[in-house]
Each structure stands twice: as structure tokens, then as C-alpha cells.
Design a protein around this ligand. Structure first.
Ligand SMILES: C[S@@+](CC[C@H](N)C(=O)[O-])C[C@H]1O[C@@H](n2cnc3c(N)ncnc32)[C@H](O)[C@@H]1O
Length: 206
């Protein structure tokens, strides 16, 4: 929106709508995988089928937010918006600066936070602690040592007490050692229409 003053008359011009930029950006994703395969955990963004299955498991009351950790190029974030989650109620955290910048471009109105999801407690405004409907963790936790997995579990618990989190994985069995982490794991969905085929797990505190 621009304010223009001409001959003493002030009028407001609205920018013509900019077509939504493509979200997926597989090339950016692949380049990041080449740079840091363990941090990315996947060669390409999640497929539509996987995004749909994740979104189907997400729950939120009207006054709650949804948090996505490791948003990548934003395919799940976009699917969450398409399912009706208002952009201002979606918080996405991404550690890679280029990807966070991309997310800001393609997800107008969404709260994009560039940072380490392990610092979640400091990244999410205190007013929403305890008002989180769902946390979706896209960070490839299976590749992390148990002590770091536990840190993720603990920091999620600090902002979303009792809620646990959704996690997608390409493993045939639970990607996390649930009982060692004090969690209960349940496979909620599976799709062969992803590369590689993937499951959606829900982990809740015991
Ligand atoms: C498997 S990709 C998932 C991307 C996207 N959610 C999707 O489904 O296509 C994992 C993402 O987690 C991000 N990531 C890894 N460690 C992170 C951390 N500690 N904090 C925030 N993001 C992280 C990576 O940069 C990458 O974008």
C-alpha cells in the first residue's frame, strides 16, 4: 500500500496482487542436501500425499497456534494454510537462512522464524506457551543422538505441555526410541506416494 499526495489530495494505491511464488523449490532443497545431508534428511521436499497426511493429523482450537519445525521450502506449511489454518496462527521454524527467506516470500502473513528449533521456548512468544494445538517436527530426528532427541522432546513439552508432536519418517519402524524418551509412539498414516515412502507418527508423553 502506498500513500500518494497529489495537489493536496491524499489517496492510497494498493499494489496489484503479486502471483503467489512457487513454494516447493526442489532445486534449493537439493542444494541444501548436498551442503548438509544430515541436517536436511531428504533429497527433495515432501510430496503432496505426505503433506496431506500430516495435515489430516493436525488439530487446533480457535485460540491455538500450530508450530512446524524444519519447514524447509514450505510445502507442509502451504498445505496447513490450504486446510484453513490462518497464517497468523502458524509459526514455522527453519535453521537455514536462505530457506527462511524463501518461506517469508512464499508464505505471506505466516510467522517465519529463522533459528534452531532446539531454542523453541525462546522463539515462540510467551503468550502462546500452552496454547499450541499441534507441533509438527520435520527435523530429521532419527539422525540425531538420543541426548539431542531428548532435548527436542523437552523443548516441545515446554511450549506444548502434554501435546507431544507429529513426526514424519522414512523408517519402516518407529524413528524414535519412544520409551527411552518417555513417549508413546503411534503410526497414524503411511503413504507410498512419497520418495521415499513415508509414515506419519504421533509421539505423546507417557
Ligand atoms: C526433511 S527436511 C523437511 C522439510 C519440509 N518440512 C518438507 O517436508 O519438505 C528437514 C528440514 O529441517 C531443517 N532443520 C534441520 N535441523 C533444524 C533445526 N535444528 N532447527 C530448525 N530447522 C532444522 C532443515 O534445514 C530442513 O529444511
Amino acid at each position: 500500500m502506498t500513500h500518494v499526495v497529489k495537489s493536496g489530495i491524499q489517496r492510497t494505491e494498493y499494489a496489484s496482487p503479486v502471483p503467489a511464488a512457487p513454494v516447493s523449490n526442489p532445486w534449493m532443497f537439493f542444494r541444501r542436501w548436498l551442503a548438509n545431508p544430515l541436517q536436511m534428511g531428504s533429497l527433495i521436499p515432501s510430496s503432496r500425499a505426505l503433506c496431506r497426511r500430516v495435515v489430516q493429523q493436525a488439530r487446533r482450537a480457535a485460540d491455538e497456534i500450530v508450530i512446524e519445525l524444519g519447514a524447509g521450502t514450505g510445502v507442509i506449511s502451504r498445505a496447513l494454510l490450504d486446510s484453513g489454518i490462518p497464517p497468523e496462527r502458524l509459526y514455522v521454524v527453519e535453521i537455514v537462512p536462505d530457506m527462511a527467506a524463501h518461506l517469508r516470500r512464499v508464505l505471506p502473513g505466516v510467522n517465519v522464524i529463522e533459528g534452531d528449533a532446539l531454542c523453541l521456548k525462546d522463539l515462540i512468544p510467551a503468550q502462546f506457551h500452552g496454547r499450541v494445538g499441534t507441533v509438527i517436527c520435520g527435523v530429521p530426528m532419527v539422525l540425531l543422538p538420543l541426548s539431542v532427541q531428548q532435548q527436542f522432546v523437552d523443548v516441545i513439552e515446554s511450549v506444548a505441555p502434554g501435546r507431544g508432536f507429529l513426526h514424519f519418517s522414512y523408517c519402516a519402524t518407529s524413528p524414535l526410541p519412544s520409551s527411552k524418551l518417555g513417549m508413546r509412539g503411534k503410526r497414524e498414516a503411511w503413504t507410498p506416494l512419497n520418495f521415499p515412502p513415508a509414515s506419519v507418527w504421533r509421539y505423546t508423553p507417557r
